[in-house]
Design a protein. Structure first.
Length: 613
């Protein structure tokens, strides 16, 4: 990122994750950062639409106490509660909230406020509530967990590292214990929903269930040394407690974990192993009603009225364009063996010892820090406004390292925590330098770090800062990768090749995601296509494909969003002529928080003094 509404939620709900960016912890949206309530709301322009948006956001927070905790806005009751979207009362409450929210917006149906900020926010609210309502048609509660780790089990096992709780007081530990004590009921309800999914033809694909098994085994271990749930009681040592208080809390942790949580986890794991019947098809086309479900996912992720077929064709065109650019670059070096497929060339080139110099994860982090230091002197040429929050670079935690993608976690608005780029390093000896510059631009500055940290600092409504849109968030980060040339990071031919290879992967995602979910591709076909088109290793292709399998449509946001920003930049350049400023354009794109692409276009063109077409 980004509201949690535990996954896999419908695409409409899932977009809420992107406010704080990255999704799930395994993918990186280790959730929105904890924000001080006093600092979480910079003074926004007053007006009735802003007041309405604030009221609606409070309603959203009530549906996901995890999200409220990570924003630092949870009530004591929310801080001790789990999300309820798997339960009938939670589902009914969500539907009722969407209905009442649309009614609240109805008086504004045709309004066009004079204040540009109000006009922009109103357009965002209309889009988002339409999207939420469309998502009500799809039974996301039947798929309550997956291998990417965005479920209460995995999230509570990662406290305090993921922003849910700092565990810095007795009250925080007591609230965490109440959440842990609620996990057995959640596990039972998840099992019920999985059974219902078998009845209704909405089940997880077989490879995803296979990935879940070792994760649940880890979370069900009785040995405290190897179970991440036990990190919370270990944190008691950091508090100044009387001996009696420490013993009381330690005893309560032992009871809740050993007698309640761990047996529930093992029961859930046993159900998946013995009774659950996963599907053999890889895409959502294999689900009951899956075609309509995926079509909605495409519209939600791209914030455009695009069909899966149109996206697939766009992907083919983008792949061909980038393959031609890579071939021209490699031919110029004399480095492309005759007759060798592009994917094979990229894989072979990226395997050279010269681009795999690392022996430890910390060596990788140090190399990223050197790249980031080079960036800092060059960013002012392309950006008039930069976030105050610093950026830190860290390694992905061990629990999610094998299934994670590199990701960004937002800073705390009170300055207590920086923005963090989490690098996933499973084997440092196999970590190539070729893609590092492009990845840092995407996850760090000026990508996600600029977009998210700036949004926290601007005088915007909370809705614009906390409710996200994939096409904008990932589109901006992908666009940021293209700035490596003017920022001086692609002077190294290896880095330029890595950038083009990364762009090719984004284009291939358009082909493979739609191939999986709209055209009925198998898991093997999707993996083989990614290997051939983008030069991924078999493991890299598998991780990518299995991400698309449980997060349909999200992978489409990168290239479609980047193309939208580039097209908007060229419109501004053409209309402004000699008066065009790239830095001013970038500041406009980042000036109003997360926006649907059509609203972004309107906002930038108005701000640039050019009338929308």
């Amino acid at each position: 990122m980004s509201m949690r509404l535990q996954p896999p939620p419908s695409p409409a709900r899932r977009r809420l994750l992107r406010a704080g960016l990255a999704w799930p912890a395994a993918l990186g949206v280790s959730r929105a950062a904890s924000l001080s309530p006093a600092l979480a709301a910079p003074s926004a322009p007053p007006g009735p639409v802003h007041r309405l948006a604030d009221s609606l956001l409070e309603g959203l927070l009530s549906h996901d106490p995890f999200w409220a905790s990570q924003l630092g806005l949870a009530t004591p009751e929310q801080a001790a509660s789990l999300p309820r979207h798997l339960f009938p009362d939670g589902q009914a409450a969500w539907r009722d909230w969407v209905r009442r929210s649309r009614q609240a917006l109805q008086p504004w149906a045709q309004a066009q406020p004079d204040d540009p900020a109000e006009r922009c926010l109103l357009a965002v609210l209309r889009h988002d509530l339409d999207d939420f309502e469309a998502g009500l048609d799809f039974p996301d509660e039947l798929l309550p967990l997956h291998h990417l780790g965005d479920d209460p089990l995995t999230q509570l096992a990662q406290v305090p590292g993921n922003g849910l709780s700092a565990l810095d007081s007795v009250a925080a530990h007591q609230a965490h214990l109440q959440r842990l004590a609620a996990l057995p009921a959640w596990c039972a309800q998840a099992r019920h929903q999985l059974r219902q999914g078998m009845v209704q033809g909405v089940v997880l694909p077989r490879p995803v269930v296979a990935r879940l098994a070792p994760q649940l085994a880890t979370l069900g271990r009785t040995d405290p040394r190897h179970n991440p749930f036990y990190e919370a009681p270990r944190r008691l040592a950091e508090l100044r407690l009387s001996g009696a208080d420490r013993q009381r809390l330690q005893a309560r942790y032992r009871t809740v974990l050993e007698r309640e949580v761990l047996p529930a986890v093992r029961d859930l794991a046993a159900f998946l192993a013995r009774d659950y019947r996963p599907r053999d098809s890889a895409g959502w086309g294999g689900l009951s009603g899956g075609a309509a479900w995926y079509a909605h996912a495409v519209r939600s992720a791209t914030t455009r009225d695009l069909s899966p077929q149109a996206v697939h064709e766009l992907g083919r065109q983008e792949v061909a364009r980038l393959q031609a650019a890579l071939r021209a670059l490699a031919d110029r070096w004399g480095g492309w063996p005759a007759g060798q497929p592009l994917g094979r060339f990229l894989a072979t080139y990226g395997a050279r010892p010269a681009v795999r110099p690392f022996r430890t994860g910390q060596e990788v982090v140090a190399a990223y820090e050197r790249l980031d230091a080079r960036l800092q002197d060059r960013l002012p040429a392309l950006f008039g406004r930069r976030p105050r929050a610093p950026l830190a670079i860290r390694l992905e935690p061990a629990l999610t390292r094998d299934t994670a993608s590199d990701h960004y976690s937002p800073p705390a608005a009170d300055g207590s925590r920086p923005g963090v780029f989490f690098a996933v390093v499973t084997d440092p000896r196999q970590y190539a330098t070729t893609g590092m510059a492009s990845l840092l631009l995407h996850e760090g500055s000026p990508g996600h770090h600029f977009q998210i940290a700036l949004a926290q600092e601007l005088p915007l409504s909370r809705w614009q800062r906390f409710v996200g849109h994939d096409a904008y968030a990932e589109g901006w980060a992908h666009y940021a990768e293209t700035l490596g040339g003017p920022l001086g990071l692609y002077e190294d031919p290896d880095a330029l090749l890595g950038h083009l290879g990364d762009a090719l992967l984004r284009a291939a995602r358009l082909v493979v995601d739609t191939g999986l979910h709209d055209q009925g591709w198998s898991h093997a076909q999707a993996c083989q296509t990614l290997e051939a088109l983008a030069g991924l290793s078999p493991r890299e292709a598998r991780v990518e494909v299995e991400r698309y399998m449980v997060w349909p449509g999200q992978a489409l946001a990168y290239a479609t969003g980047r193309r939208g920003i580039e097209a908007l930049r060229e419109r501004c350049r053409e209309r402004q002529g000699a008066g065009f400023s790239l830095a001013a354009f970038h500041d406009l794109v980042l000036s109003a928080g997360s926006l649907p692409m059509a609203v972004l276009e309107q906002q930038v063109l108005e701000g640039a003094g050019t009338a929308p077409a």
